[in-house]
Design a protein around this ligand. Structure first.
Ligand code: TMP
Ligand code: ASP
Length: 239
């Protein structure tokens, strides 16, 4: 599929039109930001890791009944996806306390929950993505009740599939963020990406952080962590 004009440039990806209005091409960058864009940097090779890992996981989810935007991987960094209108909600699922959950509720990181939590943030840069509940999202007409119910059900299904998948490769899935989109025919499908940028991954034995927290918290070994996750998913030869 031919890449046409650039439609959008985000913090970590660019999006290009194609000749078909139902498809776009995403191009993953090595640029990294954190804390609402206040911290900026480059994680060498990140774009390729996130592209390949996200595509692999999206295909795995599709095969297990979760509809996704994935269509075709074009190259190391570029992928054709269904064009969607993003529902302006960041959907965060947590299995273990960490990050903003620990901070907000004053608890240590590492508490394993009996059942996962689901929370939403309103995707709005001017407002710095505030936490929002489903009633408030409905009031603001960000999504319908049916869409919200289906988003929660899909997010929990993604969690149970990915939690099991990652445990088999020695990784605890601590928490992650999903985004969903509406297709031209009104279906809600999983969009955006699933990668070390958008998930917390801890080594199952040592609890070593294998995700973007190494960048956010200046822990060092950022590129190594992304490479390690790539190796766990694809095997050491990256094939
Ligand atoms: P949090 O603990 O900072 O709320 O993050 C929860 C999860 O969501 C974590 O895996 C990182 C991911 N996340 C994003 O992908 N994008 C964001 O903008 C934020 C704040 C978190
Ligand atoms: N990527 C987000 C930002 O730039 C936040 C994060 O992942 O920590 O603000």
């Amino acid at each position: 599929m031919k890449k046409c004009e650039q439609l959008y440039e985000g913090k970590a990806k660019k999006v290009f039109a194609t000749e078909d209005k139902d498809y776009v091409i995403v191009s993953y960058k090595d640029d990294a930001t954190a804390f609402d864009g206040l911290k900026k940097g480059v994680i060498e090779g990140k774009g390729a890791v996130n592209n390949r890992m996200s595509n692999y996981l999206m295909q795995y989810l599709s095969q297990n009944g979760v509809p996704t935007h994935f269509v075709e991987e074009l190259s190391e960094r570029e992928t054709v996806v269904r064009r969607v209108e993003i529902v302006p909600l960041e959907v965060i699922v947590r299995n273990i306390s960490a990050g903003s959950f620990s901070k907000r509720y004053g608890v240590e990181e590492g508490i394993v929950f009996d059942s996962p939590t689901v929370e939403f943030s309103y995707k709005n840069d001017d407002l710095h993505d505030p936490l929002i509940n489903s009633y408030q999202a409905l009031a603001l007409k960000l999504a319908t009740r049916e869409e919200i119910d289906s988003i929660i059900a899909m997010a929990l299904k993604v969690n149970s599939l990915l939690k099991d998948y990652f445990l088999k490769i020695g990784v605890k899935l601590v928490d992650f963020k999903l985004e969903f989109g509406r297709t031209s025919d009104g279906a809600v499908i999983l969009a955006d990406e699933i990668s070390p940028d958008t998930c917390r991954f801890w080594d199952a034995e040592t609890n070593m952080k294998l995700d973007k927290d190494r960048f956010r918290r200046d822990l060092g070994g950022v590129e190594d962590a992304y490479r390690e996750m790539m190796n766990r998913v694809f095997g050491d030869n990256n094939g």
